[in-house]
Design a binder for this molecule. Structure first.
Ligand SMILES: Nc1ncnc2c1ncn2[C@@H]1O[C@H](COP(=O)(O)OP(=O)(O)O)[C@@H](O)[C@H]1O
Ligand SMILES: [Mg+2]
Length: 292
């Protein structure tokens, strides 16, 4: 199909509708969306198998995982502990390489780390406490020699404005709430103008209420900025709240079991019947129907 033809097809079918389709492996379930109708994904996992060789044996972490993340999606990798979620995220970051298959960003094979993919780490207290908010956001720009002092400051101010923290440019991290620190950490990443943000169970260690607030903050920020997010969790509820799409992985070696659309779910839908039904369905995919 020519580019022109793809474009023509895509006009009548907004991407979100195409992505709304759900796919599952196995018989008698919803077929995948016609990928020829979709624009090129931002991030593509193509038959990605990952393994670790230890002295005694080889650990197969994932098996032939194929999935696509599109611009401004919040794609969640969900699966039981040890199924290879972190491994896939590290591979996307370019820290480790697949033993089979490849990962592409904008069509280019990923062969190492780069400023176009930034991992936002879970300890938001990672922000150096002796630097102001502005100093924190400028730091990677300066440390990587990407911009001169003046340009870095301008960029940092612009991003702080974008995330609603302009008034806090001269504050220090200890003066901020947890949610605001998360904003600074994300602003610092966004200042590098990455194509995708990577987050690995960022809220796992938090108490339930704080976790909820951080999830809300993250979604609010996404509404403002519309970054592309690849997010790892083993919580079904968190996946449904945070994700626009969820890739459900099997136990190790992780394979893609299903993709679930979670577009419609936000904090107000949490108690609702649709939310519960999706949570149930994912629960079944993860734990039920064992090898029947
Ligand atoms: N550096 C490593 N060396 C050997 N095995 C590893 C290493 N890192 C992870 N593993 C193994 O690979 C599997 C997948 O790990 P991981 O990606 O961390 O899972 P998850 O993030 O889904 O909990 C696990 O069985 C884990 O023990
Ligand atoms: Mg992990």
């Amino acid at each position: 199909m020519t580019t022109h033809a793809i474009f023509r097809h895509a006009i009548g079918t907004p991407m979100q509708d195409l992505l709304r389709a759900t796919r599952e492996d196995g018989a008698g379930v919803v077929p995948p969306p016609d990928s020829s109708l979709l624009p090129q994904p931002l991030l593509a996992f193509d038959g990605v198998s990952m393994q670790y060789a230890t002295e005694q044996h080889v650990v197969r972490a994932t098996h032939k995982v194929s999935l696509s993340v599109h611009e401004a999606e919040r794609y969640v990798l969900l699966g039981p502990s040890g199924c290879g979620k972190s491994t896939l995220l590290k591979a996307a970051a370019g820290f480790i390489a697949p033993t089979e298959g490849e990962i592409r960003l904008d069509g280019q094979r990923i062969i190492g780390p780069g400023p176009d993919r930034i991992v936002v780490f879970q300890e938001f207290d990672q922000l150096p406490p002796w630097k102001t908010v502005l100093g924190n956001v400028m730091f990677p720009l300066r440390a990587t020699n990407r911009l001169g002092r003046h340009e870095a400051e301008e960029r940092a101010y612009a991003v702080l404005d974008q995330v609603g923290l302009a008034d806090f440019a001269n504050a220090y991290p200890h003066q901020l709430s947890g949610g605001m620190k998360q904003r600074v950490a994300i602003a610092r990443a966004l200042a590098m103008q990455p194509r995708v943000l990577l987050m690995d169970e960022p809220f796992a260690a938090l108490d339930a209420l704080t976790r909820r607030r951080m999830q809300e903050e993250l979604l609010e920020l996404w509404e403002q900025v519309r970054f592309t997010l690849l997010f790892v969790t083993h919580s079904i509820e968190e996946a449904l709240l945070v994700g626009s799409r969820i890739g459900v992985l099997t136990p190790r070696p992780g394979r893609l079991r299903a993709e679930i659309n979670a577009h419609a779910f936000g904090f107000d839908s949490q108690g609702g019947a649709d939310f519960q039904a999706s949570a149930q369905r994912i629960h079944h995919l993860l734990f039920g129907e064992a090898q029947t």
